[in-house]
Ligand binder design. Sequence first.
Ligand code: HPA
Length: 273
Amino acid sequence: MSELIQNLQETVAYIRSKVTAEPTIGIILGSGLGNLANEILADIEIPYKEIPHFPVSTVLGHKGRLIFGTLNGKKVLVMAGRFHYYEGYTAQQVAYPVRVMRLLGINTLLLSNAAGGVQDKMNVGDLMVITDHISLFTINPLLGPNEDSLGTRFPDMSEPYSKSLIQKVQAIAAANNIVLKQGVYLGVTGPTFETRAEYKLIYTLGGDAVGMSTVQETIVAKHCGMEVFAISVITDIGIREEENTITHEEVLQAAKDAEPKLTLLFSELVAGL
Ligand code: HPA
């Protein structure tokens, strides 16, 4: 048995020793977007640091715990705080919890993140449904020997983000007067925010938003057969001519301001799944 499978089995066995619930919906909350966790009637919360083989999150704004509970009547498994490549984890470690979720029975994964807007049409505070991504500027988490028991060597990526989940969220947004943008998320490693020239490059390449997370989780989720929905909160605008410095504090604040809309979308979406 490979080390990966052995580790996964130990992680899952530990979590199973604490929890009997079998949710099928998993949620990963991005920077500044952890408050959705407060809407959840938690059955049990497990700090990452107690879970064997789980990396521990260090980035500001993350509380780092796995929550099993109920959101709007549906059983869910929430990762409050995620792992980023820029923290020093490998791409495989970043995506490890997604595999754990799959082995725990999750088949639908909802992701949120804070991202920089690189289109004129974007404003701070916008929500952007991710319709597709560009992952070529990050490290692919599937590099290395393929674990055939998890998924195929060459996974199809023609629909990384489920069209049917996107349509459901668009209907919920329309019913609640929430304006949704949509676009392509381009993943980078960070931790630097982009230079003006880089934002321009990303724009030229077809990115509508840029961020330091999500693509690796999506790749691993698709590899092991999950349906994925992802949404960005636009926390800063990279492509503009005037003075343009970006701070982590401003990103967290913009994420926090947009959070009620995001919470509504996720909570209505899970109710209908
Ligand atoms: N670039 C990269 N990652 C980000 C940004 C950005 O402008 N904003 C929030 N996360």
